[in-house]
Design a protein around this ligand. Structure first.
Ligand code: C5P
Length: 228
């Protein structure tokens, strides 16, 4: 089976409060989205990379490299819809067994080594898998007014990252059948809703999601140290 990257990049980045959507903000000298694209392009394991942008996106042309990336202008109202639209658009190109690595444009710290680790450790697992990090902090459940009402045992808790990898057929079925789209904040949760358990593969803090303005500096620190 081939390994294909699919990057949903049709969000508006509301929490970033910037002029352009956050995937186009410059970070360590290039647009955030380009860092993710370059990680997939540098991986010998990835057969092709697709990016989903919104139909009226005015920035993407200046960001994609000359070869190796195809732009799909079919972004939807939610991340899930953008991915599903992309999968529909590719139905004549991809096969059910092709493995799709879905990666957020907002994670510029991805490396070819993390891509290789995910592919190697998930292998032929029928439910696919994802990068994540075991929770190291003590976890609190807040009560009314930000008081610490309870401690949630952190044993067995992980923070989900991307890429998340599933076969084309499974991912498309899971997202199509999702009953509560608002509860689907990543692709693995749609797979879990089918009663399947994707494999957790330990990722790296450098693969953080850039959400708030302060995250840019953290990401730039990692990008300045590719081996860190
Ligand atoms: O906003 P958030 O960081 O959760 O977005 C995660 C990813 O989903 C980003 O790459 C964003 O561009 C993408 N997205 C999308 N279509 C939407 C909303 C978000 O492709 N309607």
């Amino acid at each position: 089976a081939r390994h294909i990257a699919l990057i949903p990049a049709a969000g508006v980045g509301a929490r970033m409060a910037a002029n352009s959507p956050k995937q186009y903000l410059h970070i360590a000298g290039k647009p955030m989205l380009r860092h993710a694209l370059d990680a997939f392009l540098a991986s010998p394991l990835i057969a092709h990379t697709y990016v989903v942008v919104s139909p009226d996106d005015g920035w993407i042309d200046g960001v994609i490299p000359e070869h190796g990336v195809t732009v799909l202008r079919c972004g939807g109202a939610t991340r899930m819809e953008s991915i599903l639209n992309g999968l529909h658009a590719l139905q004549d190109v991809l096969q059910g067994v092709d493995q799709i690595l879905v990666h957020d444009a907002a994670r510029p710290g991805l490396t070819p080594a993390l891509i290789a680790k995910l592919i190697a450790e998930v292998g032929q697992h029928p439910a696919g898998g994802l990068l994540g990090l075991p929770v190291v902090d003590t976890v609190k459940r807040a009560g009314q007014g930000n008081v610490s009402a309870a401690t949630v045992p952190r044993d067995g808790l992980w923070l989900a990252q991307t890429p998340q990898m599933f076969s084309y057929a499974l991912l498309r079925r899971a997202l199509s059948e999702a009953r509560d789209p608002a509860a689907i904040t990543d692709d693995a949760s749609a797979i879990e809703a089918l009663g399947l358990s994707p494999k957790l593969v330990e990722g790296h803090p450098r693969n953080l999601k850039v959400t708030l303005p302060r995250d840019i500096q953290t990401a730039e620190m990692y990008l300045a140290h590719p081996d860190f």
